[in-house]
Design a protein around this ligand. Sequence first.
Ligand code: MLT
Length: 408
Amino acid sequence: MVQVNGNYLKLKAGYLFPEIGRRVKAFSTAHPDAPLIRLGIGDVTEPLPQACRDAMKIAIDAMGTAEGFHGYGPEQGYAWLREAIATHDFQSRGCAISADEIFVSDGSKCDSSNILDILGEGNRIAVTDPVYPVYVDSNVMAGRTGQAGDEGRYAGLSYLPISADNGFTAEIPSEPVDLIYLCFPNNPTGAVATKKQLTAWVDYARKNGALILFDAAYEAFIQDPELPHSIYEIDGARDCAIEFRSFSKNAGFTGTRCAFTVVPKGLKGKAANAEDVELWGLWNRRQSTKFNGVSYIIQRGAEAVYSAAGQQEVKGLVSFYMENASIIRKQLSSAGLTVYGGEHAPYVWIKTPDGMDSWGFFDHLLNNANVVGTPGSGFGAAGEGYFRLSAFNSRANVDDAMARIQAL
Ligand code: MLT
């Protein structure tokens, strides 16, 4: 009989968001008329920018002609999109990243999991707690952890607690680690890292031969011009970091799918025989074998993000969601709740009231306000007693949700 991947059997229950979906569906079935407002999963709600839609339409029409038809594209992405990304997102901020170090993909979630394909089994892995669950679960699936303990923490992973005490930016580990997942602006806490804090991580990684996997999917939401958008704004990061970026949250591509990963040339890991190996070559090999690229039409849409009109629209979208975040912060604070984040990120991280646990607060809001959020404990043991609300929704829904919570 065929055998299954036993690592999957180590996983705790469902992935967080499908689990929330299951509970919400059960609630809706029991209360079909309840006017639910979803501030749970960070999925965008505003329409795709006109500039992107126009570019996609032109690309569709081109696909209907013999001259403009595109079959398989380059697995790494079309050169014109990689050039636009390198110029606008990196070189404009003083980062020496070139177009051939950009790998266009269908999502940061996929890439942050797939990257494990090119990394060895023996790495000591550090994640923050709370953390975006994909980093942990993908390591479990790949057999890089032991079993989960009582608190849901997996043996073999180093957990770096983040809390109000350390400003929600993890402290440098006291034990040596080889692979570190960092996400700034942070999902789920909405915290942001300063240049000084990222410099400490880069220095640690270089000193210890560690690799930082830097998830910058929310960089567009940073409001303070002094804060770094990319790990490559830190000296030395080219030697120790891979960065993940996405068009999902800034330009509304959650449904159309386009993202990219930056693997600098010269970034190295060690082979079993202790020889240095370039990660760029391994990732290029991996993508060429297992990925067929993002569709031409979608890449043309992503390219339009960098047009003058596209930039203007993306700025508008980011401001719109950040205004939502500000409303959520303000309204919840005046309702007496303690809130964090939401100033440089589209997530507000809330201390649950009266010692309520995270799922208890989830049920309380669902049942009494018909508002869906995300329990902090779903992001890790240290998220217990916290709750996340997403700023991705219409203004009317955000206002309505806040009024209902105020009224509780
Ligand atoms: C979240 O809500 O944490 C995000 O939507 C997850 C994701 O982007 O995959």
